[in-house]
Design a protein around this ligand. Structure first.
Ligand code: SAM
Length: 302
């Protein structure tokens, strides 16, 4: 049994709900249900209408808010279009995505997301997934490990780190979070070990759960799913994700290259509602340290 209040403290709650510009009677998607904090607020704004929420983690589906307007689907949001179509929904009025992992996931020792607990090196958001983070560290070629650490963790000694992992695993299988931390101790800077290890863990998590590709798939689908005037609200916690969201909202592509038609008119599908990302205020960061890296962007479908 999972206690909901402790599951996750929703980030930028008022700002994101305001950003959705909720219209009574509308259909809204919460792509990342988690502890349901954002969903609950959307439901409060709707006398009529409905919320379809997604989460790929089965834990998120325990004790969901009982509301006839709510439908929670256990699926990756990259399959949003087909899941909605199966319910006869082809257009929606708003999509909210609060990316990454929940406090519940990181604080559950056995899930292997945290550097604080010794546990199997798992890190699957969807615990029915076939491979784990241990499979990545034990099987990826060095060059692929290096790329992953440098791209998703912004780790400066990624080449050394990847080679160190390869050396260790040829002698002993890396099975747990503790094994990994021990294996890379000579690469870990003594002045900020936790920060470094958190970056290593983050890169493994992003790679394993294919978070960048899932985000791109979801953003592309939002273009077709959103009705004119519908809002897309995305909260990102990683600069790479935020850049993709920013470019997509400005231009409709991930490179941020403006597209024009033959008459020289802009072809972009969205109008950004905020030029700069919305970030939590000091009070929110003080009350919820996990909010500190959040960046929220809002766009309206044209
Ligand atoms: C930051 S939490 C969301 C918290 C939520 N907004 C709340 O108020 O409780 C992110 C959640 O999204 C889920 N998630 C992340 N990526 C996903 C994806 N591609 N498809 C479905 N769920 C995903 C995670 O399992 C996690 O439960």
């Amino acid at each position: 049994m999972i206690v909901r209040e402790m599951y996750h403290n929703p980030v930028l709650l008022n700002e994101s709900i305001e950003g959705l510009n909720i219209r009574d009677g509308g259909t809204y998607v919460d792509a990342t249900y988690g502890g349901g904090g954002h969903t609950k607020r959307i439901l409060e704004e709707l006398k009529h209408g409905r919320v379809i929420a997604f989460d790929q983690d089965i834990d998120a589906l325990e004790n969901i808010t009982q509301d006839p307007k709510l439908n929670v689907i256990h699926a990756n949001f990259r399959y949003m279009t087909e899941q909605l179509r199966a319910k006869g929904i082809t257009k929606v009025d708003g999509i909210l995505a609060d990316l990454g992992i929940s406090s519940h996931q990181i604080d559950t020792p056995g899930r292997g997301f945290s550097i604080r607990f010794d546990a199997p090196l798992d890190m699957r958001m969807n615990n029915q997934g076939a491979r784990t983070a241990a499979d990545i560290v034990n099987t990826y070629p060095v060059a692929r490990l290096q790329k992953m650490f440098s791209l998703y963790g912004e780790i400066t000694n990624a080449a050394n780190l990847a080679r160190t992992i390869e050396r260790t695993r040829s002698a002993k299988h890396i099975r747990t979070t503790g094994d990994l931390i021990e294996a890379i101790k000579d690469c870990t800077p003594p002045h900020s070990p936790n920060r470094y290890l958190a970056q290593v863990f983050q890169s493994l998590r992003i790679e394993l759960n294919e978070e960048i590709d899932a985000l791109k798939d979801m953003l592309r689908q939002s273009e077709t799913l959103l009705d004119k005037g519908g809002r897309l609200v995305v909260i990102a916690y990683h600069s790479l994700e935020d850049r993709l969201v920013k470019n997509f909202m400005r231009t409709g592509n991930f490179e941020g290259v403006p597209q024009k038609n033959m008459y020289g008119h802009d072809l972009r599908p969205f109008e950004p509602v905020t030029k700069k990302p919305v970030v939590p205020n000091e009070e929110e960061i003080e009350n919820n340290n996990r909010a500190r890296s959040a960046k929220m962007r809002i766009a309206e479908k044209l």
